[in-house]
Design a protein around this ligand. Structure first.
Ligand SMILES: O=C(O)C1=C[C@@H](OP(=O)(O)O)[C@@H](O)[C@H](O)C1
Ligand SMILES: C=C(OP(=O)(O)O)C(=O)O
Length: 425
């Protein structure tokens, strides 16, 4: 296992960065292309561990996915079983593929990394059962489990618990049009990450699926899914560490091709970073963020944008006062228990951290160098990189874990800082 000595900032950064495609859009585009009524092209999808696993899982189910330069050509076909799917540590694969597998004509077993087996999935598996699908999970509500496809799924009215992950809703809605009775999904409680559900709903509509909001959920009419060629937007959650560098160094960073309108939760950086003292402007190049003389502490409910928490929490540890981040209890079921991991990492570099039932209080303290784990979590590597800009001597163990969504993050980070790249040993 290697370690990465994260680079300190040589001075204010001044950079324009172009980022690869959105993980979440790529995942939805792949699933809907696989379920659609003809071949389609995905232009510049994200190529990273999570999306490559999604493509491999769909291929295992009989979908044709060919690489054509930077694009993917997707050719749907009859969904085949028996099959096994490796979900790695990808929540999107864990929650989006079982409803697709249920449409196949035999058993499909899904498993993944050790930590995947701890990620909550009872809401999805119960939802599938309520749709008439037989699932064997040994009563665990987690991977590994087998979905026993029969070639058709009844669907209809189902009530699901999506309080631990919005992906439960997205997974069922994505396949819902292919269920015999469609899907009338009702929520048993709250749901985090609502922009991601909205992303699912809008993507379905773009594929010609009739989907509507109901009083307590969403209804998807049964019917065909139209094939759509799609250009994938840049990943705005992966923009977070780069834009954060502008705040930490008092510099300026522009992320190219920032979409004019998007359902990506990363869009909320345009409001969150100004709340932390940055100036934000849309220029001809993209979104430009300029850091101020200090980082303003943040008090925010991050339930809609949980993905942004690690990088925002790193900024909070470098701010000029205490911050309070709430609405993020579900982060305990992410790649790692992110509230615990952030407590450990921010604490290691000198901040005082208190875990709340649904969040974190972060009070910056005297900074000190530290060697920290990556917790198999790409966003913890990015958070440590942000800390390392201001705290000399931050070393991250197993930085390769960042390949989950941004395999060349270390090179890109070096590019942001010019020649002052960190060393991997
Ligand atoms: O649907 C999606 O693409 C995602 C939804 C969110 O999941 P949770 O609702 O489980 O947080 C988010 O954190 C994840 O990174 C991607
Ligand atoms: C929570 C995340 O991923 P996943 O899709 O595996 O849930 C994330 O990328 O921050």
């Amino acid at each position: 296992m290697s370690s990465w000595s994260t680079p300190s900032a040589p001075g204010p950064v001044d950079a324009v960065v172009a980022l690869p495609g959105s993980k979440s859009i790529t995942a939805r585009a792949l699933v809907l292309a696989a379920l659609s009524d003809g071949p389609s092209r995905l232009v510049r999808p994200l190529r990273a561990r999570d999306t490559d696993l999604m493509a491999a899982g769909l291929r295992a189910l009989g979908v044709g996915i060919e690489v054509d330069g930077e694009d993917w050509l997707v050719t749907p076909g009859p969904l085949r079983a028996p099959a096994t799917v490796d979900a790695g540590l990808a929540g999107t694969v864990l929650r989006f593929l079982p409803p697709v597998a249920a449409l196949a004509d035999g058993p499909v077993t899904l498993d993944g990394d050790p930590r995947l087996r701890e990620r909550p999935n009872a809401g999805l598996l119960e939802g599938l059962r309520a749709c008439g699908v037989q699932v064997s999970d040994g009563g665990r509500g987690r991977a590994p489990f087998t979905v026993h496809g029969t070639g058709a799924v009844r669907g209809g009215t189902v009530t699901v618990d999506a309080s631990e992950s919005s992906q439960v809703v997205s997974g069922l809605l994505l396949a819902g049009a292919r269920f015999t009775e469609g899907l009338d999904l009702r929520l048993a409680g709250g749901v985090p990450s609502m922009p991601h559900v909205q992303m699912t709903v809008e993507t379905l509509a773009e594929h010609g699926v009739a989907v509507e909001r109901t009083t307590d959920g969403w209804r998807v009419a049964p019917g065909p899914v139209a094939a759509v060629d799609r250009v994938v937007e840049p990943d705005l959650s992966n923009a977070a560490p780069f834009l954060a560098a502008a705040l930490v160094t008092g510099g300026r960073v522009t992320v190219r091709d920032w979409p004019a309108r998007t359902t990506q939760p990363g869009a909320q950086l345009e409001q969150l970073l100004p709340a932390m003292g940055a100036a934000v402007e849309r220029t001809a190049d993209g979104l430009q963020v300029t850091g101020g003389p200090a980082i303003t502490p943040l008090r925010a409910d991050l339930s809609e944008v949980g993905e942004l928490t690690p990088v925002l929490a790193a900024l909070c540890a470098l701010a000029d006062g205490p911050s309070r981040l709430t609405g993020i209890a579900h982060l305990r079921g992410h790649e790692t228990d992110r509230l615990q991991a952030l407590d450990e990492v921010l604490g290691a570099v000198g901040a005082e951290v208190t875990q709340l039932p649904d969040g974190l209080e972060i009070t910056p303290g005297p900074r000190r160098s530290a060697e920290v784990d990556s917790y198999a979590d790409h966003r913890m590597v990015m958070a440590a990189a942000v800390l390392g800009l201001a705290v000399p001597g931050v070393v991250v163990r197993d930085p390769g874990t960042v390949a989950k969504t941004l395999p060349d993050f270390l090179d890109r980070w070096a590019g942001l800082l010019g020649e002052h790249a960190g060393a991997v040993s």
